[in-house]
Design a protein around this ligand. Structure first.
Ligand code: ADP
Length: 403
């Protein structure tokens, strides 16, 4: 599918009241920074996005959540999914964060990361949404009013019809949500067929692989064609995931130039953004430079104990996003951002409104083309890597693809 991602909801109508222009794409992604927002705010943003997408004429709404189901007992997956289901007046809503290509699988309603349960994975140390339960039906039940059922692998392995029948059965006994198992892409392809015509799907990005077949779209590499912008390179990393920690170490080990951003220095009032940009001044070039707050769980915990969880997150996101803006202003045209929340902050600071999705670097992470006032008329290449994605040499390989 040709995909355009908008950052936030484009304005619903212009000053004259006409609806905004139709986006030219097979699928439109509206990116919201709602994962850890207050529940009411996340719900409001999501409903507004749904309304805009409906005006774009979309046939199916996909509430995309993290493949590690990042959330807390307050939400926001349950409350947002329920609000969307109410707005669309749908019966049963399938829920499946599985993304087998990145080793996220769901079996008997339990989410696995690689060989271990989610609650035994490094996600238990996440700075904002520590995941300490792996049972998706339990997690969702705590976050929502509706009943949660399970379409387990016994149905999934029998194929689309069995999945659909089980969804209908769960709906007939009053369930609102159905967690659906999936352990490989074949499961996702069957799930795709089973979800044909459903108005609402709640899933990680994995499930999307099975959906184009429902819209008569023939796979084409041309769908990922992008304009190529050349120029200086940089990486900004605010993710503290195990993968990002390893990627930062790998980049430095290969001789990459790196600037460490310490939340305690920001909290103490130092102008870290100015220091970082001054450091960058003589280094901005084709050889990528890295700015990172990425740290090991013990360090993050200690920082959070000193300045608070939210404040630490906020200070780091603000500093890194201002650094990203400053870098692009100073000529960087190929930028990688590591961290979901960090990416949200960076695209907001860069005032990116839309991105065209291009070729995949690693499963779940593509290069994108975006325009930003900071980049003038050139536009820029952006790769937004959520925490645990990407192989250890991700940074090096990603830039290699644009050579
Ligand atoms: P991921 O995709 O790995 O979840 P995010 O960017 O979504 O990464 O979340 C990481 C959060 O941790 C952000 O809010 C970020 O500002 C915060 N953070 C980054 N580095 C540190 C640090 N050294 N100490 C405390 N918090 C940090």
């Amino acid at each position: 599918m040709r995909v355009v991602q908008t950052i936030g909801v484009p304005t619903l109508s212009d000053n004259a009241g006409a609806t905004s222009t139709v986006v030219d794409a097979d699928a439109i992604v509206v990116a919201l920074k709602s994962r850890t927002a207050p529940v009411a705010e996340a719900v409001e943003q999501s409903l507004y996005a749904a309304k805009w997408l409906q005006r774009q004429g979309v046939e199916q709404l996909y509430f995309k959540v993290c493949s590690t189901f990042d959330s807390t007992d307050r939400g926001n997956i349950g409350p947002v999914a329920e609000a969307l289901a109410d707005a669309l007046q749908v019966g049963i809503v399938p829920v499946c964060p599985a993304f087998p290509e990145t080793n996220r699988t769901v079996y008997k309603g339990h989410l696995y990361v690689g060989d271990v349960l989610l609650s035994d994975s490094s996600m238990r140390h996440h700075p904002l949404t520590p995941m300490t339960d792996s049972n998706l039906t339990h997690i969702l039940r705590r976050q929502s009013k509706g009943e949660v059922g399970l379409a387990d692998h016994g149905y999934v392995r029998q194929g689309a019809k069995a999945i659909r029948d089980q969804l209908e059965r769960l709906q007939s006994v009053g369930k609102r949500f159905a967690v659906v198992d999936a352990i490989d892409n074949e499961d996702l392809m069957e799930m795709g067929k089973a979800f044909k015509g459903l108005p609402l799907v709640v899933a990680g990005s994995g499930v999307a692989i099975g959906l184009p077949q429902n819209f008569g779209i023939t796979p084409s590499a041309g769908a990922a064609n992008l304009p190529l912008v050349r120029g200086p390179r940089a990486i900004v990393s605010g993710s503290c995931s195990a993968a990002s920690n390893a990627q930062v170490v790998d980049f430095i080990k290969r001789g990459g130039d790196a600037f460490s951003v310490d939340p305690l220095h920001i909290a103490a009032g130092r102008d870290i953004v100015a220091e970082a940009l001054q450091w960058a001044a003589s280094r901005i070039s084709e050889a990528p430079v890295l700015f990172y707050a990425t740290a090991q769980p013990e360090t993050v915990k200690s920082v959070q104990a000193q300045i608070g969880v939210e404040q630490a997150g906020y200070l780091v996101e603000r500093a890194l996003s201002q650094i990203a803006y400053g870098l692009v202003k100073r000529g960087v045209r190929q930028l990688i951002v590591a961290g979901g929340e960090t990416s949200g902050a960076c695209v907001q600071a860069l005032q990116v409104q839309q991105m065209r999705i291009g070729p995949q670097i690693d499963p779940g992470v593509p290069w994108c083309y975006a325009q930003s006032p900071a980049a003038g008329d050139d536009g820029l290449m952006l790769a937004l890597k959520s925490g645990n994605f990407g192989a250890v040499d991700f940074f090096t390989r990603a830039f290699g693809m644009l050579a």
